[in-house]
Design a protein around this ligand. Structure first.
Ligand SMILES: C[S@@+](CC[C@H](N)C(=O)[O-])C[C@H]1O[C@@H](n2cnc3c(N)ncnc32)[C@H](O)[C@@H]1O
Length: 223
């Protein structure tokens, strides 16, 4: 208990009282949704623990539910006819939330076997699931060919650098092969911005920073 109080005081001293209160709200909300869905997606796992040699790989940590829900609610899409792809789906938090919303199809792409297994287990036992068509693709995102049904791409800090460049090329290819409106959500978007700055097939339509360390952009293909 004393350890926890010390940790809280250190946090307040470093980041301020307002950030501390917001952090508490986010964690309480996370706890609520984890219990509601009956899943376990918390914790941080470093790239070393994941035994990855890919320098573009940023490790595992799940997005706060509140931010994910808020961001997805901004998309002007017909959910029951939409396919959502989560690049770097980890333990399946975004997949589980999407599965409770009745998307037509949900695809999780993940490079780590143990994380993919955890995601499968979470989806299997989750409560309040409305989507049945959930596909798990265990592969490097760079090698994944995006199906033409995908119209929402979700990326919570999955990778950067050359890997991100190749994935953006894959999205472009999928768009050229089957021109359609694709919504892309990227956390933290400055990485994404740098790469797409001279691409004219995609535009940022929204930017927000709900947390000191997390900002996101919503992008749409020009269709
Ligand atoms: C920050 S976590 C995001 C987890 C989840 N999308 C969420 O929002 O809760 C990033 C995930 O991307 C995965 N990842 C990193 N590089 C990858 C790659 N090249 N291909 C597939 N997955 C990758 C990591 O293993 C990790 O699980």
């Amino acid at each position: 208990m004393v350890k926890r109080i010390k940790k809280a005081l250190f946090f307040i001293k470093t980041w301020g009282f307002h950030t501390f209160v917001m952090e508490c709200i986010d964690r309480i909300a996370d706890h609520y949704y984890e219990t509601y869905f009956n899943i376990e997606t918390t914790g941080y796992i470093t790239t070393e623990q994941l035994k990855s040699e890919n320098l573009d790989w940023g490790g595992y940590g799940a997005v706060y539910y509140r931010y994910m829900i808020n961001t997805l609610s901004k998309l002007q899409v017909d959910i029951p006819s939409s396919t959502l792809l989560d690049y770097g789906s980890g333990k399946g938090r975004a997949l589980a939330y999407a599965a409770s919303c009745n998307y037509k199809k949900i695809i999780g792409v993940e490079n780590s076997k143990p994380l993919m297994e955890k995601a499968r287990e979470n989806i299997k036992k989750m409560k309040h699931r409305r989507t049945n068509d959930i596909v798990f693709e265990e592969c490097d995102a760079q090698n994944y060919k995006i199906p033409s049904s995908v119209n929402i791409i979700y990326m919570y800090k999955p990778f950067q650098g050359l890997t991100l460049e190749r994935v953006i090329d894959n999205i472009h290819l999928s768009f050229n092969e089957s021109p359609r409106k694709i919504f892309i959500i990227f956390w933290n978007d400055d990485e994404f911005e740098k790469i797409i700055s001279n691409h004219d097939w995609i535009t940022q339509t929204h930017h927000s920073q709900p947390h000191l360390h997390h900002s996101h952009g919503i992008y749409e293909t020009q269709f």
